[in-house]
Ligand binder design. Structure first.
Ligand code: BGC
Length: 796
């Protein structure tokens, strides 16, 4: 049974196995291994996978007669494989045992969220009454990010003899985790070499095909009782075979310890030599486990979140996966936020705008990690500048999908699995990703007080994105306003006007409003720089007064479309046909991917007022009501509460929630607007991955944006929290389903500040330190301070 500290499955259900593997993935920010059964190679049921953050490979494929290139997060050799079978004293050996064996009697998988361990227990009974219990315990070391370990214990009941064990390092792996990508080139590893070193160490080296990154895996296998291995190197890996005596009360064990190195590791050196040395000297499993647990304990202390009940259990799992994908080790790497975690191959491990939902948590708990994710973008500024130039623009045009180099990695064709047709993919026109990056830079600095970053790399990113928007806006003399044409909004369904020859829609309200916001912040930022830095930047970026004048002008005169008293998703949205929502729901049940349904019917979603996910309403996620009003006012539009409420209701009725981000954003916006009415969406956001609501996609990788977003929904959304170096503002909304919760955060120079929210009350505890008191602002501008070492309670 799952508790708030564990996540458990008590039966073996082959059709659920991929989901279990994804949700039981273990990682340390540098690499992750899916929670697969060690007994089974990849097949229709099982899909072992190990992914190293930032390790991509580019391959060309031919689909629908066209050559396409894709860069994929590479599935690395499987270090977990372990085969075993009974070798009774008498009679022939049994069959290799797996969860799929007829002899399986009990099965259980348990993820310990506190300790970061995955335990899988199997209990077999063969036709001769011989019973065998097998327990695997796996870790991916959170302290030493080069290491992972797996211990397998065997216990015999009612027989004696031996268990024959094969410990395998399997390099014959491909990227085959996503059915939709099966027509694409799946082979990313080449030049396999393998061998053995003394002390039970097996090694395997290989490289990706392009750019040819060298990888080395070394696995030390140690058995109890100690037995010599037969060692066989295969073309793509190694097999070590042991015969371990087994009898009642005389158990046996096998421990595999992995060291994973690449040529990019520091200090530089031969990855094979380094991996073998690390595997050989790694401590025994109990010690490895103890240091791993200690590292997790430190993480939980920094990231504590206590929400009672089922919601709390799921939130803790979400936080666990966030911390495994982006841990303090991430700060050492040049990687972005992979939308599907390091948990599977969906979206090829690419980086989208999802960091918008992920960074807020990190800023308040692990600011160095948040900064390193922004640096990933900064290092790709030259690629974004080049992309803008190629598109005839200026500044930085960041790609919708980013991977290693920062070039656009969005696929050119995508498959509609319903119709079997390959279709042009125009989602790269989601230029709003640039605003998300600029917004992250700004908010990071507000939350952490890191003006150093904002004025250095942050300014370069933000100003170049502002410059891009200024150039992308064209003046329409009839309207007397600037317009941004030919884009795709967060909705994604609408990639063109019906029957148009060109892709893209005009004046997506979210895109235009956030572009105006970026331009305004660009000007603010220039205003707050020291004279020397401002001079340096204007020189470096060749900014002149004429250009800044244009920023000012565009930031005040971008066009925002309205119809029937609501904000239109884009120009002309209100003229599109209304969809028969009930009819489609009756006919298809699940209409989350309405775009695919309509295309398969020979129709197109472009004809309808139907959105995949929150688009215009994203404005209510990013900006508080007053901020949004001010942004609209700067643009010369009055946005009153009635218009916003009507806009929320209008778009909500026309959204199919085909992305896990959708219910999250709607839950957030509704919670701030209507309190309890939001619960349906909050609940859906919580269940998105654990109940696999997007129709089987979680097995291909978790949805990290939605997972982190739900944690942030509690932290900032429901709490109405605004934390920064000056202290914190809190304005909780009452949600009867989440009446009480607590969490810690970094704020006002203090680490470990604890907030407790109870019905009508708020507790703030500031840990003892020589620092000054923490300022707290409550609704109605009521101002207080809490001294270090003190806990104060406030009425809300
Ligand atoms: C959503 C995007 C998101 C991407 C990666 C898509 O389904 O529409 O908004 O960035 O998934 O999570």
């Amino acid at each position: 049974m799952s508790t708030d500290r564990t996540w458990a499955y008590e039966r073996y259900e082959p059709e659920r196995e991929r989901l279990v593997e994804a949700l039981c993935t273990l990682g340390n920010g540098r690499f992750a291994t899916r929670g697969s059964a060690p007994e089974c190679p990849a097949g229709t049921v099982h899909y072992p996978g190990t992914y190293l953050a930032g390790c991509y490979d580019r391959r060309a494929s031919v689909v629908a007669g066209e050559r396409v290139e894709n860069e994929d997060l590479v599935n690395l050799p499987d270090w977990t494989r372990l085969r075993y079978r009974l070798r009774p004293d008498e009679g022939p050996p049994g069959d290799w045992l797996t969860p799929d064996s007829a002899e399986l009697r009990h099965y259980g998988v348990r993820l310990d969220l506190r300790a970061g361990t995955l335990t899988r227990s199997l209990y077999f009974q063969d036709g001769g009454g011989r019973r065998l219990r097998v327990v695997h315990t796996r870790i991916v070391h959170m302290g030493d990010a080069l290491l992972a370990g797996q211990r397998t214990l065997f216990r015999a009941y009612g027989w004696s003899g031996a268990v024959e064990v094969e410990s395998v390092l399997d390099g014959a792996v491909v990227n085959a985790g996503v059915e939709r990508y099966r027509h694409l080139e799946q082979r990313h590893l080449t030049d396999h070499r393998s061998g053995f070193e003394p002390g039970g160490v097996a090694w395997l080296t290989c490289r990706t095909t392009d750019p040819g990154s060298r990888l080395a895996l070394a696995v030390r296998t140690v058995t109890r009782p100690e037995r010599p291995a037969r060692e066989d190197a295969t073309a793509t890996g190694t097999v070590q075979t042991y015969r371990l005596p087994l009898a009642p009360r005389r158990p046996a064990s096998v421990v595999k310890t992995l060291a994973l190195h690449t040529a990019a590791d520091r200090p530089p050196g031969d990855p094979r030599t380094a991996a073998c040395a690390d595997a050989a000297r790694a401590p025994a499993f109990p010690r490895l486990l103890a240091t791993h647990r200690a590292a997790w304990q430190r993480l939980w202390e920094q990231g504590e979140l206590d929400v009672p009940g089922d919601a709390g259990r799921i939130l803790r799992l979400h936080l666990f996966h966030l911390l495994q994908t982006l841990s303090p080790h991430t700060a050492e790497l040049d990687v972005g936020v992979p939308a599907r975690g390091l948990h599977g191959e969906a979206y090829r491990g690419h980086v989208f705008w999802d960091e918008l939902f992920v960074l807020p948590y990190l800023e308040l708990h692990f600011p160095e990690v948040a900064r390193s994710l922004l640096r990933y973008r900064h290092r790709r500024l030259p690629a974004a500048r080049e992309a803008a130039l190629r598109a005839g623009g200026r500044g930085a045009m960041f790609p919708w999908q980013s991977a290693s180099s920062g070039r656009e990695e969005t696929q050119e064709l995508h498959l509609n699995p319903r119709s079997g047709r390959w279709l042009p993919d125009h989602s790269h026109l989601q230029r709003h990703v640039g605003s998300a990056i600029a917004y992250n830079v700004w908010r990071y600095a507000q939350a952490t007080g890191d003006r150093g970053f904002l004025h250095a790399e942050g300014a370069e990113i933000l100003l170049e994105i502002a410059r891009y928007w200024s150039g992308a806006a064209t003046f329409d003399a009839t309207l007397g306003r600037y317009r941004i044409r030919g884009v795709v909004g967060p909705d994604e369904y609408h990639d063109a006007y019906p029957d148009a020859a060109h892709p893209g829609v005009d004046d997506n309200a979210y895109t235009n409003a956030t572009a105006a916001w970026v331009l305004a912040r660009g000007l603010d930022l220039l205003g707050e720089l020291s004279e020397a830095r401002r001079a340096e930047l204007t020189e470096e970026l060749s900014l002149d007064d004429g250009e800044l004048q244009r920023w000012e002008d565009v930031s005040r005169r971008l066009y925002l479309p309205f119809h029937h008293g609501v904000i239109s998703q884009f120009e002309g949205y209100g003229e599109l046909a209304e969809l028969d929502w009930e009819g489609y729901r009756d006919r298809y049940g699940d209409i989350r991917r309405l775009d695919r349904i309509l295309e398969a019917e020979g129709d197109t979603v472009n004809r309808y007022q139907a959105s995949k996910q929150a688009d215009t309403l994203m404005l209510g996620h990013l900006f508080r009501a007053a901020e949004l009003r001010a942004l609209f006012a700067r643009l010369g539009y009055a946005l009153d509460d009635a218009t916003w409420s009507a806009t929320v209701a209008y778009h909500l009725r026309r959204t199919s929630h085909g992305s896990t981000l959708s219910s999250l954003v709607h839950g957030w916006v509704l919670a701030r607007e209507q309190g309890d009415a939001a619960w349906e969406y909050v609940q859906e956001a919580l269940l998105g991955d654990v109940a696999d609501l997007q129709g089987g996609t979680t097995g291909e990788g978790i949805h990290l944006g939605a997972m982190a977003g739900t944690v942030d929904l509690v932290q900032r959304g429901i709490t109405g929290l605004d934390a920064g170096p000056e202290g914190l503002r809190v304005a909780p909304v009452a949600l009867s389903r989440l009446p009480r919760f607590s969490f810690t955060l970094c704020c006002g120079g203090h680490r470990g500040v604890r907030l407790r929210v109870l019905p009508g009350r708020l507790g703030v505890h500031v840990p003892a330190s020589p620092k000054g008191p923490l300022a707290v602002v409550l609704p109605g501008e009521r101002r207080f301070t809490v001294a270090p070492g003190e806990e104060r309670w406030f009425r809300l």
